[in-house]
Write a protein that binds this ligand. Structure first.
Ligand SMILES: [Zn+2]
Ligand SMILES: [Zn+2]
Length: 131
């Protein structure tokens, strides 16, 4: 079980699944694995995921429509989240980069664009798969 005590049972179950997953999971894959825990409806999964995304404990990878647990909880003050997604093995590494963040913040300043969030997704092959 996850150590986050302020979560509902469903939210903890979903986060626990994501934390144990080797690769990103679709909402339906999560549902499949939680049937034995009494979750039956996709809506239960989506509600829990929405909350986890709000709290920054999980992220949605838009390009593959799947979810991952946050690799670095509470370090998103910088406003940039980046993911490198391996197209071969499905591994995802989450990172952030201050130079990229500063460049984007500079652009937003000049344009007067108010940024809510920035998510970068890099697709390719991880070191192991590229070797
Ligand atoms: Zn994160
Ligand atoms: Zn790989």
């Amino acid at each position: 079980m996850s150590a986050h005590t302020d979560l509902t049972r469903n939210q903890s179950l979903v986060l626990d699944r994501l934390e144990k997953a080797e690769t990103p999971m679709s909402a339906y894959a999560i549902l499949d694995q939680l049937r034995d825990d009494g979750l039956r409806a996709p809506l239960q999964i989506y509600r829990a995921l929405d909350k986890l995304l709000d709290m920054g404990l999980a992220h949605r990878l838009e390009s593959i429509n799947a979810f991952v647990a946050c690799a670095h909880p509470h370090c998103h003050a910088s406003g940039l989240i980046a993911f490198a997604i391996c197209e071969k093995c499905g591994q995802v590494s989450e990172f952030s980069d201050e130079i990229v963040r500063d460049r984007l913040a500079g652009w937003a300043d000049r344009e007067g664009f108010v940024v809510n969030r920035t998510t970068m997704e890099i697709r390719g092959n991880c070191r192991a798969c590229a070797a």
